[in-house]
Write a protein that binds this ligand. Structure first.
Ligand SMILES: NC(=O)c1ccc[n+]([C@@H]2O[C@H](COP(=O)([O-])OP(=O)(O)OC[C@H]3O[C@@H](n4cnc5c(N)ncnc54)[C@H](OP(=O)(O)O)[C@@H]3O)[C@@H](O)[C@H]2O)c1
Length: 256
């Protein structure tokens, strides 16, 4: 995809991977809108980057997602890229009764939000000459870590949903990407670490983002990064075989 001249909505741009994408896309000459729950972070980031557009939004809430989409479409109708990045990673022991609202929040944030937001933008995107949906999954989509089973299942769902979305939009101008990060040193899981100075470990964000941007630039639609390559199984062949027998009959607006 072209990295310049886009207007990109990035969910979860207040830290880590989302913020790194925001800074790279701005440097490449795209307009960037980020959202997140932490207002003080959004304020500090707009002071640091006056061209950055920020919006408070909790993507785990349906009404916030609808309000975000309406506001973006009304105020930035040139929007042509959605980067579904916001995510949380929780530990879950399924052998004792789980705290259901935690589990539901993790699923709502990591899976329902990208489904809902994509659906709110898709018909707008198909009217654009160039558009993209970029979903952030994980190497753990392909091989789960058993102590964070719900998180890994949400990422497997993001992988699966991305395949289907790409198929549903295949006759349109909308490119559909999946970027699967390995462990990257961000704030992910920060809230469960007693020592807040402790690093998440993994790939340095600057190395991750270089490789991820290169993949987007080169239209690598399914892009496991760094060590996630090793976890990534080649499933495309079976997917093509199964889905070529069942063509979509969806109303798609082909207007350019
Ligand atoms: N770091 C890794 O090792 C790794 C590996 C594979 C995949 N990933 C994926 O990469 C994505 C980004 O994670 P990260 O590593 O950059 O972690 P991070 O530094 O913790 O960033 C997470 C971002 O998501 C936002 N967010 C979380 N819940 C939200 C909500 N309900 N509404 C709006 N925004 C929300 C956070 O913003 P607020 O807190 O301000 O709301 C923050 O900007 C996630 O989807 C994660 O699963 C990360």
């Amino acid at each position: 995809m072209q990295l310049s001249n886009n207007t990109i909505l990035i969910t979860g741009g207040t830290s880590g991977i989302g913020l790194a994408f925001a800074e790279k896309f701005m440097a490449a000459g795209s307009k960037v809108i980020i959202c997140g729950r932490r207002e003080e972070r959004l304020k500090a980031l707009s002071e640091k980057h006056p061209e950055l557009i920020t919006r408070t939004c909790d993507v785990s809430k349906a009404e916030d997602r609808k309000a975000l989409a309406e506001w973006v479409l009304q105020n930035h109708p040139e929007v042509n890229v959605l980067l579904n990045n916001a995510g949380v990673q929780l530990l879950t022991d399924m052998t004792t009764p789980v705290e259901l609202n935690r589990v539901q929040n993790e699923i709502e944030t990591n899976v329902v939000a990208p489904i809902h937001l994509t659906s709110l933008f898709a018909q707008h995107f198909v009217t654009k000459q160039q558009a993209a949906v970029i979903n952030i999954s994980s190497g753990l989509a392909f091989a789960p870590l058993a102590f964070m089973p719900v998180y890994c299942a949400t990422k497997a769902a993001v992988h699966s949903l991305t395949l289907s979305l790409r198929h549903q939009l295949k006759n349109t101008s909308v490119k559909v990407f999946e970027v699967a990060p390995p462990a990257v040193d961000t704030e992910l899981g920060h809230d469960r670490r007693e020592d807040k100075t402790q690093s998440h470990g993994g790939m340095a964000i600057k190395d991750f983002i270089e490789e991820a941007m290169e993949a987007l630039k080169n239209d690598v639609f399914e892009a496991p990064i760094g060590q996630a390559k090793g976890l990534h199984a080649k499933r495309e062949v079976l997917f093509e075989q199964m889905n070529n027998q069942h063509q979509p009959h969806l109303p798609v607006n082909h207007e350019q």
